[in-house]
Design a protein around this ligand. Structure first.
Ligand SMILES: *[C@@H]1O[C@H](CO)[C@@H](O)[C@H](O)[C@H]1NC(C)=O
Length: 105
């Protein structure tokens, strides 16, 4: 096998490993997005989107911090984790990003 081919195979394997790892991805609200837009995404995710938003209701475990960003991140991620295997994606009008970091940590 030539050096170039070997490197190609290596890169391919790394890509496989990486994409497997990205299974543990999180979908959170983008810092840059105005709250007004995040609120719309949040309403969608918790409504038609089908995310389970019970934990960000008043008095529930994830209500604090009570910010649109925190709630949107929770809802986006809940939706994403629930539906990514069925083609759901982390795209809320561009108001969200995927990250490899667990936001709960
Ligand atoms: C939503 O999450 C709460 C708390 O985790 C759970 O008790 C409830 O059954 C869930 N509701 C649905 C519709 O999955």
């Amino acid at each position: 096998m030539s050096m170039a081919k070997l490197m190609f195979v290596q890169a391919f394997l790394l890509l496989m490993i990486y994409s497997k790892k990205s299974d543990g991805q999180w979908c959170i609200a983008d810092e840059q997005t105005p709250d007004r837009e995040l609120q719309m995404g949040l309403d969608w995710a918790c409504g038609i989107g089908g995310a389970n938003c019970s934990k960000i209701q008043v008095g529930q475990a994830c209500f604090m911090p009570n910010t649109v960003k925190a709630h949107a991140s929770y809802a986006f991620n809940n939706y994403f984790q629930k539906f990514k295997r069925r083609g759901g994606n982390c795209y809320f009008n561009g108001g969200s990003i995927t990250t490899d970091l667990d936001p709960s940590k």
